[in-house]
Design a protein around this ligand. Structure first.
Ligand code: F6P
Length: 364
């Protein structure tokens, strides 16, 4: 019996279940393969008692359109930074990777498929360097991985964000308001840019282009005549002004290595008031609504393609690689290449030119 362990790591993302289902379905077409899932990323294999579940066709039946992940996920801890509580109540991170690899071997697991974003694939690469047979599957709503044309979940997130812009446009117009929508996008402004173009927002503020509040004010005023008019602004959570830092807070959660973003929309509202904006302003934070719920068809299809390919890489023994979509092919790249450089919004990219072409303001 050959055994492959699947896990989902980092923030959840619409389409994770479709990947899991595709891996299991593809594996069931081969003789002598069993798929197990590690609960909550690597935590399942690291914990005592071990938390693994057998994933057979029955377990994954009908999950392709469900949001979230049936094997749960986490963006805390992990094999290289396992939090251990000290006597004084503080936590120290310890490296349990060697012990984990030994446990994986002891349990007769021949290969691991890690479905996750850049942080998760960095862990995959480090484990591969230690000799683990591992394959990565790219996942992120932020679309910030450069070694693939697309990550599943991104289109669903854009759809959700666009629907929010659509709704805010009508209320902004009814009240002659400046309406701010904060969307996700830690380092990459792809969700903001796409939702702003699709929803027809006038201003879009992204992490890649620090904004000048005076330029933003100018654009707002062009939209008003004697107090009448409205403006829709989409701002990515990682956006910052030309003088400033990103808006973040301490998470307080044990093992959470990321900076917790959020709140930039409200700070931006204050900035506008300080800059003399006298129009009525309202701010909406879309938050985790962008990550939950049913994946749209595009993401289900991509996720299914990724799942099948991931298992085929396992069958071929091509480890240390991440599944990738390079139109029109579902192919793979080395994990090393996959984590080399993030996919940020290039000011010269076609969509930026389109957005500027329709008069969208980026505050620069
Ligand atoms: O990486 C995807 C992402 O959606 C980021 O845009 C966001 O900053 C982060 O996840 C938030 O994740 P969580 O709230 O789960 O820590």
């Amino acid at each position: 019996m050959n055994r492959v362990m699947v896990l989902t790591g980092g923030g959840d993302c619409p389409g994770l279940n479709a990947v899991i289902r595709a891996i299991v379905k593809r594996a069931s077409r081969e003789k002598g393969w069993e798929v197990v899932g590690s609960i909550e990323a690597f935590n399942g294999i690291l914990r005592e008692p071990t938390e693994l579940v057998v994933l057979d066709e029955k377990a994954v039946s009908g999950i392709h359109y469900q949001g979230g992940t049936i094997i749960q996920t986490t963006n805390k801890g992990g094999p290289f930074a396992w939090p251990v509580k000290q006597k004084d109540g503080t936590y120290t991170a310890i490296d349990r990777s060697d012990e984990m690899i030994r446990k994986i071997q002891y349990l007769g697991i021949d290969a691991v498929i890690n479905i996750g974003g850049d942080g998760s694939q960095r862990i995959s690469q480090a484990l591969f360097e230690k000799g683990l047979n591992i394959i990565g599957v790219p996942k992120t709503i932020d679309n910030d991985l450069s070694a693939t044309d697309a990550t599943f979940g991104f289109q669903t997130a854009i759809q959700i964000a666009t629907e929010a812009v659509d709704k805010l446009v009508t209320t902004a117009a009814s009240h002659n308001r400046v309406q701010i929508l904060e969307v996700m996008g830690r380092d990459a402004g792809w969700i903001a840019l796409n939702a702003a173009v699709a929803g027809g927002a006038e201003i879009c503020l992204i992490p890649e282009i620090p904004y000048d509040i005076e330029k933003v004010m100018e654009r707002i005023e062009q939209r008003f005549d004697k107090g009448r008019g409205f403006v829709n602004i989409v701002i990515a959570e990682g956006a910052r002004n030309i003088k400033g830092m990103k808006v973040s807070e301490k998470s307080g959660e044990v093992g959470y290595a990321n900076v917790k973003l959020g709140g930039v929309g409200f700070r931006f509202e204050e900035e506008l008031k300080e800059a003399g904006c006298e129009h009525s302003i309202r701010t909406t934070v879309l938050g985790h609504l962008q990550r939950g719920g049913v994946p749209i068809a595009y993401d289900r299809v991509l996720a299914t393609q990724y799942g099948v390919k991931a298992f085929e890489l396992v069958l071929a023994g091509e480890f240390g690689r991440m599944v990738s979509y390079r139109h029109p092919y579902i192919t793979s790249v080395t994990l090393k290449e996959a984590i080399m450089k993030p996919n940020l919004v290039d000011p010269d990219t076609a969509l930026m030119k389109t957005a500027r072409g329709i008069g969208m303001c980026f505050g620069d």
